[in-house]
Ligand binder design. Structure first.
Ligand SMILES: [Zn+2]
Length: 115
């Protein structure tokens, strides 16, 4: 994995490490996180994250910033998929009665509820 620039905040590092780890775990490749416009606020920079997943390019474009771009791509990769650990469908919602396996990001890693 290419290194991150030294001036990136811990919160952005965590989101970037989490999506990189998730791509590795799901088999997604060619992860790229970036922005289109310099010298503007994050909300106008055109942040995006994309990866190749099962032959399809999955893209998430954020009007918020880099953390949202990373987490948005992760949600796209996870939602509706199956947990490889417990075989249940994955959900990102915190419904108490869900029979699905809930994934949520804790720091630099997406964690599953069946652990
Ligand atoms: Zn699970």
């Amino acid at each position: 994995m290419p290194g991150l620039p030294p001036d990136v905040s811990k919160a952005v590092q965590d989101a970037a490490l989490a999506i990189a780890d998730l791509c590795h775990r799901t088999g997604a490749t060619q992860l790229e996180v970036g922005y289109l416009h310099d010298d503007v606020p994050n909300s106008k920079a055109g942040w995006y994250a994309h990866a190749q997943f099962r032959g399809v390019r999955v893209i998430y474009e954020s009007s918020v910033g880099p953390i949202d771009a990373c987490d948005g791509l992760a949600r796209h990769l996870l939602e509706g998929g199956g947990c490889t650990h417990c075989d249940r469908r994955i959900t990102l919602l915190s419904s108490g009665r869900s029979r699905r396996c809930r994934y949520r990001r804790i720091g630099s890693r997406w964690e599953r509820s069946c652990d």
